[in-house]
Design a protein around this ligand. Structure first.
Ligand code: SAM
Length: 219
């Protein structure tokens, strides 16, 4: 387990208090992930002083590490269990992947990123924390990653007008998929695959993500 400097522990605590008060954080396991996967290890040096603000921060290639409150909400909705097989589309810094890896324990997170610079950045960040159960793959995540399917959970961390169809095929029965869907502003949508088709479990509006760019995205 990583030893976290005292000054960051205080900032992490303050962020957790804020996220709990604003109901972005309600689950003890997700809180534990937040305490053990320090966000400051996943931001650019120029953004270090803002690492524990509840704000998205700039990464290279005009991309962003998502806002902590959005990461905790998506993670809670996804209801990850130990041992599961997870697919993430849009690795960015690797912070969300690392949080999922903590929750999935003996399971594996496969994370697809389209920018080689971010693949390298995320791999380096994950290595610093000795995280061994995340595989970051360069590619177009709108195609999914059929090599390791089916997945118990799929998370899309970039905005799409429609969830790419290959992702539904690669989800296991009873599996959950979460994605920000919409044009200039998006709704977070959580769907479950059932024997009768996809059903909507939760939906919440007014989120803004960077666009999903790929073969099966209309962005
Ligand atoms: N989860 C990330 C984190 O914790 O830092 C933040 C993800 S950022 C909001 C969205 C990411 O999706 C960007 O890094 C972007 O390059 C990536 N992306 C966009 N379209 C993609 C695609 N078709 N395949 C893979 N990655 C994509």
């Amino acid at each position: 387990m990583t030893k976290i400097e005292k000054k960051y522990q205080k900032q992490i605590n303050d962020l957790i208090v804020y996220l709990k008060n604003s109901k972005f954080l309600t689950d003890d396991h997700v809180e534990s992930a937040l305490r053990n996967i320090p966000r400051h290890e996943f931001v650019l040096e120029s953004e270090l002083e803002y690492a524990y603000d509840n704000e998205p921060l700039s990464l290279m290639k005009k991309q962003t590490i998502s806002q902590p409150g959005v990461v905790t909400r998506m993670t809670e909705w996804l209801d990850v269990k130990n041992g599961q097989n997870i697919l993430e589309i849009g690795t960015g810094s690797g912070w969300q992947s690392a949080i999922l890896s903590y929750l999935v324990g003996s399971g594996t997170v496969y994370s697809i990123e389209r920018h080689p610079e971010l693949v390298k950045f995320a791999q380096e960040n994950l290595k610093k924390l000795n995280i061994g159960n995340v595989q970051v793959i360069l590619g177009d995540g709108t195609l999914g990653y059929s090599q390791r399917s089916p997945y118990d959970r799929i998370i899309v961390t970039a905005a799409c007008n429609e969830i790419p169809l290959p992702l539904f095929d690669q989800l296991s029965e009873n599996g959950l998929i979460i994605a920000p869907v919409g044009d200039s502003s998006q709704s977070l949508v959580l769907l479950q695959k059932t024997s009768k088709g996809m059903i909507e479990i939760k939906k919440q509006s007014k989120y803004v993500f960077v666009p999903l760019v790929g073969k099966f995205s209309t962005k």
